[in-house]
Design a protein around this ligand. Structure first.
Ligand code: HEM
Length: 207
C-alpha cells in the first residue's frame, strides 16, 4: 500500500471555498432573478417554498459581497495553477478532444476500453475542468458588464449589449449547475479514495 499526495492544500482549500461561494452566488442570483424573471417563470409554490419572493435587496447585497470572495478565491487558484506548473495537468493537448469522446463513451458503457491517461486527469476531466474555469471567467466578465453597464459600457457593448450580457450571465449559471450535477455523479462513480483525496490530499494506491 502506498500513500501519495494527489491534491495540494491550496488546491483543496480553494476548491471547497469555491463550492461555498458558488452556491451562495447561485442562491443570491436566483433571488435577484425572481424580481424580473425574464427567461422563464419560477412557479409561485416553488418560489414560496424556497422563500425566493421579494428578496431583491437581500439578493443584491449577498451577490455583490460574495462576488469579491469568488473572484479572489478564483485568482488564488489560478495563480497557484500557473506558479506550481500544475496547469500542465489540466491543459488539453492535441488528441484530448478525441480522447474525451472515447472516455465519455466508456463511462456510458458504450465502449469497452478507455484511452490511456496522461497525468492526473483523463481527457474528459481536463476538458470539463478547463471549461469550468473559463465559465468562471465568463461569469465575472458578464457580471461586470451588467453591474456597471455605463462605466464599463465598452465591455457591455462588446458582449452584445445589456440584455445579451444578462442572458449570457444566466446561461453560465445554468452551465455551472449542469457541471456540478455531472461532477458529483462522476465523483460518486470514482469512489471514496478519489473523494478523500480532495479532502485530505492523499490517495492510497494498492501495490
Ligand atoms: C459538493 C460538490 C463537489 C464535490 C463533492 C466535488 C468533488 C471533487 C473531487 C473529488 C475532485 C477531484 C477529482 C479527481 O481527482 O478526479 C474535484 C476536482 C475539481 N472540482 Fe470539484 N467538487 C464539487 C464541486 C465543484 C464545483 C462547484 C466546482 C466549480 C464550479 C468544482 C470544480 C472542480 C475542479 C476545477 C476540479 C479540478 C481541480 C484541479 O485539480 O485543478 N467542483 N472535485
Amino acid at each position: 500500500m502506498i500513500i501519495t499526495e494527489k491534491h495540494s492544500r491550496i488546491l483543496r482549500y480553494t476548491h471547497w471555498i469555491n463550492v461555498v461561494f458558488l452556491s451562495l452566488m447561485v442562491w443570491s442570483g436566483i433571488l435577484i432573478y425572481w424580481a424580473n424573471d425574464a427567461y422563464f417563470k419560477i412557479p409561485d409554490p416553488i418560489a414560496e417554498k424556497l422563500s425566493l419572493q421579494y428578496k431583491l435587496a437581500e439578493g443584491l447585497s449577498w451577490h455583490f459581497f460574495i462576488m469579491w470572495g469568488f473572484l479572489i478565491n478564483g485568482l488564488v487558484y489560478l495563480a497557484y495553477q500557473i506558479f506550481s506548473g500544475e496547469w500542465r495537468e489540466l491543459a488539453p493537448r492535441l488528441g484530448t478532444f478525441k480522447d474525451a469522446v472515447l472516455v465519455t463513451l466508456h463511462d456510458l458503457h458504450l465502449r469497452k476500453s478507455a484511452p490511456p491517461m496522461h497525468g492526473k486527469f483523463n481527457a474528459a476531466q481536463k476538458l470539463a475542468y478547463c471549461g469550468v474555469i473559463l465559465m468562471a471567467f465568463g461569469s465575472i466578465v458578464t457580471g461586470i458588464a451588467i453591474y456597471k453597464p455605463v462605466t464599463m459600457g465598452w465591455l457591455t457593448a462588446l458582449l452584445g449589449g445589456y440584455e445579451a450580457a444578462r442572458l449570457e450571465h444566466f446561461i453560465l449559471m445554468i452551465g455551472f449547475i449542469l457541471f456540478v450535477i455531472v461532477h458529483i455523479l462522476q465523483v460518486i462513480k470514482a469512489g471514496w479514495n478519489n473523494f478523500r483525496a480532495m479532502i485530505a490530499g492523499y490517495e492510497i494506491e494498492k501495490k
